[in-house]
Design a protein around this ligand. Structure first.
Ligand code: JB8
Length: 272
């Protein structure tokens, strides 16, 4: 897979030299090219921003450098299988989810356009959307100073899905948000040696060797954590996702099936 990143802070993308993504690049599984947007400015101050039409706070990124940069980057690609996808980080974009990561991981070429200030002149997005697949994407409901950190997040989420990038020690199937993992539940807690640390023991069931009990305990812990941290996932789950024992655990956590079979909770349970 090829990825291009156009930014006014190329050094912000240096973490892509490290760890999983860095190794995938070194192995030739991933071709990441970072470009300095200011290379496509022509004035002595390398200006990339200007005041907003209509007034208001902050500055807006000028369209000309982006247009020249993206034309150059897009022209540099072989028109291989499936064209490029332009990924535009913005707090007003569609949520970046594991599902979108899986979709983007299947494409041969992604071009990221992290902005600063109040964002990029709208005409740039509209112009490229007329010619290629453009996705405006948000990594969450908080406001950052620019799109570079979201690009780091998205590249890592996508790169680890590429064939051969994850070792066998890690594996996708157990990802909390991977379809089929614990189908839409958060992961429970994990433990390793030593068996006692600062007087705290590993839960007895995990050293029992009883795989049926271990599986049930993990499932209950996943239900407990999901109920506590992401009640929206419990409420949104297909009722068929929950078996008889799940339903007993959910009842202890204050959940009961409604008329449509989906689970709801009128109040939070009293903690033990
Ligand atoms: C300017 O919060 B964010 C985000 C914030 C930004 C830009 C992109 C993304 C560009 N501010 O995800």
């Amino acid at each position: 897979m090829r990825m291009d990143v156009v930014t006014i802070f190329p050094e912000y993308l240096e973490p892509l030299d490290v760890s999983l993504v860095g190794k995938a690049r070194a192995r030739g599984q991933l071709d990441v090219r970072v470009h300095d947007l200011r290379a496509w400015t022509h004035d002595r101050h390398h200006t990339v921003d200007d005041t907003p039409y209509g007034g208001g706070p902050g500055m807006v990124m000028k369209p000309e450098p982006w247009g020249e940069a993206l034309d150059a980057v897009l022209a540099s690609g072989g028109s291989g299988d499936g064209g490029p996808v332009l990924v535009v980080p913005t707090p007003s974009g569609r949520p970046f989810t594991q599902e979108l990561a899986v979709e983007l991981a299947a494409r041969p070429w992604l071009v990221f356009t992290p902005a600063r200030y109040e964002g990029i002149d709208r005409r740039v997005i509209d112009d490229y959307a007329a010619r290629c697949d453009v996705r405006e994407v948000s990594i969450g409901d908080y406001v950052l100073a620019g799109g570079e950190a979201p690009v780091l997040v998205m590249v890592e989420a996508i790169a680890r899905l590429l064939p051969g990038v994850l070792g066998n020690a890690e594996s996708h199937r157990d990802d909390s948000f991977a379809p089929g993992a614990m189908a839409g539940l958060l992961e429970g807690p994990v433990y390793t040696k030593p068996p006692v640390w600062r007087g705290r023991e590993v839960p007895e069931v995990l050293v029992s060797g009883h795989h049926g009990r271990i599986g049930r305990w993990r499932r209950d812990e996943a239900l407990r954590r999901t109920s506590e941290n992401r009640p929206d996932l419990v409420a949104g789950a297909e009722p068929e996702a929950f078996g008889t024992h799940d339903r007993a655990t959910l009842a202890e956590l204050g959940w009961e099936p409604g008329p449509d079979g989906r689970f709801g909770r009128s109040s939070r349970p009293v903690e033990e």
